[in-house]
Ligand binder design. Structure first.
Ligand code: GLN
Length: 380
């Protein structure tokens, strides 16, 4: 393996899902729903295939999808963007992140990352040759350590990688926190890469796109996808919205990474993004019920459960159960209890910082969540 990927292991999600299958454990680890996406979107995909929309799509997206993404973004953030010049369709948000890094970051550029972070960020930054600086968000509330951030952002900083609602903690950056980040970025001429894939799973406060704050649109890449909002994580349809000068870099990288994204799925994505507001309300209502079952259950089991405002994840402190660290706890949980969670130490530059914490997901049907809680009550 190339040096740039030497230090990275098999992703924790692959490791844990493989163990889940091997031990017949209930998988509250990797974040994928165990229920299907909506029929109207699946039917639109079948229709597109039958209509012969099966050859390469235009590199930056089929025109209807670029327009649907711009319309959705206007609805959600109030920002008017040009679907032709400022929207790029990618193969999932993970590709959008990679295309943004590879298209806009030079080797040696410094990028700030909030730990814990989704694992692909660090690996992708390594592929881009970036110098990574971490700022740790700490329990119980994972709030932004303002002074640390102020000290970290300098004229050397090229970009900040933001994720709100935040995986794995469920933290949502408050408007005040986003304003602070924005001010530092404007003052120091820093870009923001903002991963907002959980924006429709915002339970405790409204989601704010940092691109909508003063002075920020011109320096922000906003990234999102279909997977979480439509329970279709296997479709891998994502996008990046950015002003033309940044979009150019993203599209150059995207052109040579994947060239284009699955054509029929892009047509289906158009149908998805035109869903009535009631769809998004129901999604949130369903997930609120699931969240309540899991959070209440985990507390009854005896975990310290940290508040999660958004995403379909919740982080707990496992130390009441006496295992030495997060990895040991997750192994015990799989083998002895039959439930899978994700150890968080892999989401930190310094793994020590994550050793008390594990992440559970509630993107599973209510029956599954209840069974997982029952198992833990019996055997932990
Ligand atoms: N985003 C999903 C999660 O955090 C997993 C994606 C993946 O498996 N790479 O669980």
């Amino acid at each position: 393996v190339a040096k740039r990927l030497e230090k990275f292991k098999t992703t924790i999600f692959t490791q844990m899902s493989t163990l889940a299958l091997k031990h017949g454990a209930i998988n509250l680890g990797q974040g994928f729903p165990n229920f299907d996406g909506p029929d109207f979107v699946k039917e639109a995909a079948i229709q597109a295939i039958n209509d012969g929309k099966n050859q390469y799509a235009r590199g930056h997206g089929v025109p209807e999808l670029n327009s649907a993404i711009a319309a959705r973004f206007l609805e959600d953030s109030g920002l008017v963007v040009d679907p032709e010049k400022e929207v790029t369709v990618t193969s999932g948000c993970t590709e959008a992140i990679a295309a943004a890094m590879l298209g806009l970051i030079n080797p040696g550029d410094e990028v700030i990352l909030f730990a814990p972070f989704y694992d692909s960020y660090e690996a992708t930054l390594s592929m881009a040759g970036a110098k990574v600086k971490g700022i740790t968000l700490r329990p119980p509330d994972f709030s932004l350590p303002l002074e640390e951030l102020k000290a970290a952002v300098t004229s050397e900083t090229r970009a900040i990688l933001l994720n709100t609602p935040h995986n794995p903690t469920g933290k949502m950056f408050t408007r005040e926190e986003l304003e602070t980040i924005a001010r530092l970025c404007v003052e120091n001429d820093v870009l923001v890469f903002s991963d907002e894939v959980y924006d429709k799973l915002a339970f405790e406060m409204d989601h704010v796109s940092i691109a909508s704050l003063p002075g920020m649109y011109e320096r922000t890449v906003t990234m999102n996808s279909l997977g979480k909002t439509f329970s279709l994580t296997g479709w891998k349809i994502g996008w990046a919205i950015a002003p033309p000068h940044l979009t150019w870099g993203i599209r150059q990288a995207h052109s040579y990474l994947t060239f284009a994204t699955s054509t029929p799925m892009q047509y289906a994505a158009v149908a998805a993004l035109r869903a009535p507001e009631s769809y998004f309300r129901e999604l949130k209502r369903d997930y609120s019920a699931k969240k309540e079952i899991l959070v209440k259950g985990l507390k009854e089991v005896g975990f310290e459960v940290f508040p999660s405002s958004g995403t379909y994840f919740v982080v707990v402190d496992h130390t009441p159960f006496g295992l030495e660290n997060d990895v040991a706890f997750c192994e015990y949980l799989i083998k002895e209890v039959g439930v899978v969670a994700i150890p968080t130490s892999v989401f930190y530059l310094n793994p020590e910082e994550g050793k008390r914490l594990v992440r559970f997901t509630f993107c599973k049907d209510e029956e599954t969540l209840r069974s997982a809680v029952e198992r833990m009550k019996l055997k932990l």
